[in-house]
Ligand binder design. Structure first.
Ligand code: ATP
Length: 338
């Protein structure tokens, strides 16, 4: 009988690492299927950031259309802490003789000896351990599993439980905590997440996405004033504020400010970012910060260009915008005079 893989996690959110690992194990070990078990109330960790319902939705979206992937809701339906051992007992009750294998990353494997009733795990299932960047195997609980290590995956098919198989899968450098942090910082996470999951996060404003994108609690006016104060603090020169609300839906204000050197440009930009961060407002994007005479800070309703005067002259952003403003005003006046 082929092996059923059990992949538990908080999936806060489910990411490319989870999906690729599951695909790899499913394919190379020819598993019957992989059951994704969402840990509703993780016993060893602080509460999750997204709700159980949101995490469950993201899980469904991530595995939709993946042959051999199933969402297993039993830890959501059970009350109390999501102890893996209870899940394994319940699955074993449903499949008394079928091989079961719990899939874990190396980090989870290293902390296995902190899990509730951990020493009973191998009586109920095999373990498939995946490498993870930054984690190497240690001999923490080696006495417990030394005699069970298997280097032959076909052994997993031959017994219903009891083997530890270290799977030689490719390393995937994605973690849920890094994804959450990136979203808060307004960084692009589209490569780290299944597309539908990223869409869900944006739509529902999870992980502070709404703060970084909409600045819900602050009008663009206040946002602009805070940024102007930061520029003033850093002695930014020739500040020009353009109200572009009539021109575009993309942003409300465009501000251009000059710094006298590349270092000054960077210092002004950093001060603006720090000042707005104190209000929990993070840029959606920052461009050119490291080695540039032009830093663009995109705060959604407010776009700021910090520029060296030469770059400012050369690119003439204000000229372009003024031209558009002029054009628009002319058109409007014409309409009114008709
Ligand atoms: P966090 O960063 O918050 O700890 P996570 O990325 O580890 O989250 P979990 O839902 O806690 O996500 O992980 C579920 C399981 O997936 C664990 O066994 C974990 O070791 C494994 N896992 C997650 N990401 C990877 C990865 N990139 N490589 C290998 N295993 C991973």
């Amino acid at each position: 009988m082929s092996v059923v893989g059990i992949f538990g996690g908080t999936f806060d959110p489910i990411h490319r690492g989870h999906i690729e690992i599951a695909r790899y194990v499913h394919r190379t070990l020819e598993l019957d299927h992989v059951r994704f078990v969402l840990s509703a109330q993780p016993p060893h960790r602080r509460p999750t950031i997204a709700s159980t319902a949101d995490r469950a939705h993201m899980l469904e979206l991530a595995i939709a259309g993946e042959p051999g992937f199933v969402a297993d809701p039993r830890e959501q339906q059970r009350r109390g802490p999501s102890y893996t051992i209870w899940t394994l007992r319940s699955m074993r009750g449903e499949r008394p003789t079928q091989p079961l294998a719990l899939i874990v990353g190396m980090d989870a494997f290293q902390s296995l000896n902190t899990w509730y009733c951990w020493e009973q795990i191998l009586a109920l299932c095999h373990l498939i351990v995946l490498p993870r960047p930054g984690w190497t195997s240690s001999d923490k609980h080696v006495d417990w599993y030394r005699d069970t290590i298997s280097s032959d995956p076909s052994e997993l098919d031959r017994a219903s439980a009891g083997k530890v198989y270290a799977c030689d899968a490719p390393l995937i450098d994605v973690s849920a905590s890094a994804v959450r942090r990136k979203i808060q910082d307004g960084e692009d996470v589209s490569a780290d997440l299944p597309e539908a999951v990223w869409g869900y996060i944006r739509k529902h404003g999870l992980y502070d996405y709404s703060k970084s994108i909409e600045h819900r609690n602050m009008q663009s006016e206040q946002l602009k004033d805070l940024a102007l104060a930061a520029m003033d603090d850093m002695k930014g020169k020739d500040v020009r504020v353009m109200d572009v609300r009539e021109l575009t839906d993309i942003t409300d204000y465009m501000v251009v400010v000059s710094g006298s050197s590349d270092r000054h440009v960077k210092a002004i930009a950093d001060k603006i970012v720090d000042t707005l961060r104190e209000q929990n407002l993070r840029p959606l994007g920052v461009e050119g910060r490291e080695h540039s005479n032009w830093v663009l800070l995109d705060f959604g309703d407010l776009v700021i260009h910090v520029m060296h005067p030469e770059a400012r002259r050369f690119y003439d952003l204000e000229g372009l915008w003024s031209e558009q403003v002029k054009q628009m005003l002319l058109e409007r006046r014409e309409r009114h005079s008709e």
